[in-house]
Write a protein that binds this ligand. Structure first.
Ligand SMILES: Cc1cc2nc3c(=O)[nH]c(=O)nc-3n(C[C@H](O)[C@H](O)[C@H](O)COP(=O)(O)OP(=O)(O)OC[C@H]3O[C@@H](n4cnc5c(N)ncnc54)[C@H](O)[C@@H]3O)c2cc1C
Length: 424
């Protein structure tokens, strides 16, 4: 069944995904003679870099989510349909979705990424990923549920296992969540649960490589390790995970750590959609594109953001899966689609690296810019400012700012709600 979408005389660009890449592309085409049909399985955009703060009770979910229709209010060439896309049929220029088939002239795949468990089925079944708002909320409930359970047992070891958390993956996400958990332990849980000896809550961070945040500079890596140690996080470098039965995390070193909560932040892979030529998939399930974001083998299908693998001399494995890459690719592709429509020459994409940053608990962050690297309190202020400015709306900025100021001065995160029934 073809979904009845109003037809215009302008070419229809179907954009799958209202993430950083899809939003930027759509904004750039605001005043152009095209029809944009955005499809997303959610009706909101998620500011993923702050998910870990939702998971650790620092922010409300709706302060980092924004309705897609509202973002494009007043953009007359824009239509939104809430739909999950299951399949692409390039031969008839159509996508199959949960609401029916939708035709396109140009198709932009901007579906982002999903957790990659590297075939470790135990972890896929028992660990908690943190890739969406729902997962972040579940994680918050899960951790608090375990504390409620810990109150009910007199078995000292069992209590420790219920309170403890293992974070798998010491990239920026793992480091940020481990730091936030340590703050939660030190300032919140100790007060909320005076009957529990929360000093026994162990936070473990496990990293396969010899250093944390390998994508950042050595200085930032060393400093984040130091900051986490000061916060009481146990760091295991050069260590992989082998299995997890819901309690015992078996490490490649032979050590076994016991914890009922394991957070998976060890990697992501492209959130691809079947239908485009299978040969176009690269390592990490990213769709192979040329320097114009065009999917290999097609003239009118493009991929941008995390799901796209644009290989170049500078980026032999594709660009890093980061928001600035997605935003810049969205902006660039908008110009190239117009070039294509107006039969002009396409321009290759060149990434301008704005630097990278990560926070490690309150007051501490690490920042890598092209010519400067700095860590500590000043870096944390920069991190706070940049993240506030990147949020989509003034309302979101205000809510996040008020929450952060409150949390900072009161040492009290207000959102310690268990909103998922006790389970798993
Ligand atoms: C926990 C975490 C922390 C991060 N922190 C940072 C950070 O601090 N700084 C930074 O630069 N980057 C960070 N990143 C990476 C950053 O979030 C991504 O690079 C960025 O979101 C990619 O943008 P995108 O538009 O490609 O995809 P996304 O922002 O993921 O958007 C994809 C959209 O596609 C939709 N979608 C997916 N599949 C379908 C389908 N089949 N049908 C319909 N809709 C679909 C999704 O609902 C989503 O709205 C982090 C990532 C994670 C997981």
């Amino acid at each position: 069944m073809i979904v009845d979408i109003p037809k215009t005389n302008n070419p229809r660009i179907v954009v799958i995904g209202g993430g950083f890449a899809g939003i930027q592309l759509t904004k750039m085409l605001k005043n152009e003679d095209v029809q944009i049909v955005m499809l997303d399985k959610n009706n909101f955009h998620t500011f993923i870099p702050l998910l870990y703060q939702v998971a650790t009770a620092g922010l409300e979910p709706d302060s980092i989510a924004f309705p897609l229709r509202k973002i494009f209010k007043g953009q007359t060439n824009f239509l939104f349909r809430m739909a999950e896309v299951f399949n692409i049929k390039p031969e008839i220029k159509c996508v199959e979705t949960s609401i029916g088939d939708i035709t396109y002239d140009y198709l932009v795949i901007a579906t982002g990424s999903k957790s990659n468990f590297y075939g470790l089925k135990d972890f896929q079944a028992n660990a908690i990923p943190m890739k969406s708002l729902v997962e972040a909320l579940n994680l918050r409930s899960f951790i608090l549920q375990k504390f409620e359970k810990a109150l009910l047992t007199n078995d000292v070891k069992e209590r420790e296992h219920l309170m403890s958390v293992v974070v798998v993956g010491g990239g920026p996400t793992g480091v940020e969540i481990a730091g936030a958990l340590a703050e939660l332990k030190n300032h919140i849980l100790a007060n909320d649960y005076p009957e529990l000896d929360t000093r026994k809550m162990q936070i473990h961070l496990i990293e396969l490589l010899p250093r944390l945040m390998a994508s950042m500079s050595n200085e930032s890596s060393e400093k984040s390790q130091l900051f986490l140690k000061q916060l009481g996080v146990n760091i295991w470098l050069d260590t992989g995970v082998k299995s997890y039965d819901g309690l015992n995390v078996c490490l490649t070193s032979g050590k076994i750590i016991q914890a009922y909560t394991v957070i998976w932040s060890a990697g992501v892979m492209g959130a691809t959609i079947p239908g485009v030529n299978g040969n176009t998939l690269l390592k990490g399930d990213r769709i192979k594109v040329d320097s114009f974001s065009k999917v290999a083998g097609y003239e009118n299908i493009f991929a941008i953001g995390d799901v796209a693998g644009m290989i170049s001399d500078k980026f032999p494995d594709g660009h890093p899966m980061l928001a600035p890459v997605a935003v810049q690719q969205g902006e660039h592709l908008a110009k190239n689609i117009l070039n294509l429509i107006h039969k002009k020459e396409l321009q290759p994409f060149v990434y301008k690296n704005p630097g990278a940053m990560a926070t490690v608990g309150r007051n501490r962050a690490v920042v890598d810019l092209q010519y400067f690297k700095f860590q500590g309190m000043f870096a944390w202020f920069i991190w706070v400012f940049v993240h506030l400015m990147k949020l989509v709306s003034f309302r979101n900025r205000l809510v996040v700012f008020v929450n952060w100021v409150w949390n900072y001065f009161s040492y009290d995160r207000g959102i310690r709600l268990i909103i998922k029934p006790l389970g798993k």
